[in-house]
Write a protein that binds this ligand. Structure first.
Ligand code: ZN
Length: 116
């Protein structure tokens, strides 16, 4: 069973190859800056959640479906697709993803978008 550090290293390499920058923030927030091609991830989460959120943001980077207008529904659609695309990337990189934990994080992240 591969360790998280190895998987994080593979993801870093993938980011390098795609010219996507990665940085960490003290704010409890994860996002991709599309103008800077930079993924920003909350420093205070577990390594596993860092790995998952980076993959999710990579999912956003590679999403092909975009909406002209942003609504709650389009936001949710984009979020779900980004999680799914991120999961595809993890498979392509042969990462050892804990699927139950992945689904939990996906659900809790999407729940936040439903409540505002
Ligand atoms: Zn997202």
């Amino acid at each position: 069973m591969a360790c998280i550090d190895e998987d994080l290293e593979k993801v870093r390499k993938f980011l390098d190859e795609n010219n996507i920058k990665l940085s960490f923030t003290d704010y409890d927030d994860n996002y991709i800056d599309h103008h800077q091609d930079e993924i920003v991830v909350y420093r205070g989460q577990s390594k596993k959640h860092k790995l998952f959120t980076i993959l999710h943001e990579i999912g956003h980077y590679f999403l092909e479906l975009h909406f002209d207008e942003e609504t709650k529904a389009t936001t949710i659609i984009q979020e779900v697709l980004a999680w799914d695309r991120g999961f595809d990337v993890s498979a392509a990189l042969n990462l050892d993803i804990d699927e139950d934990e992945w689904k939990k994080l996906m659900e809790s992240s999407i729940s936040k978008y439903l409540s505002y």
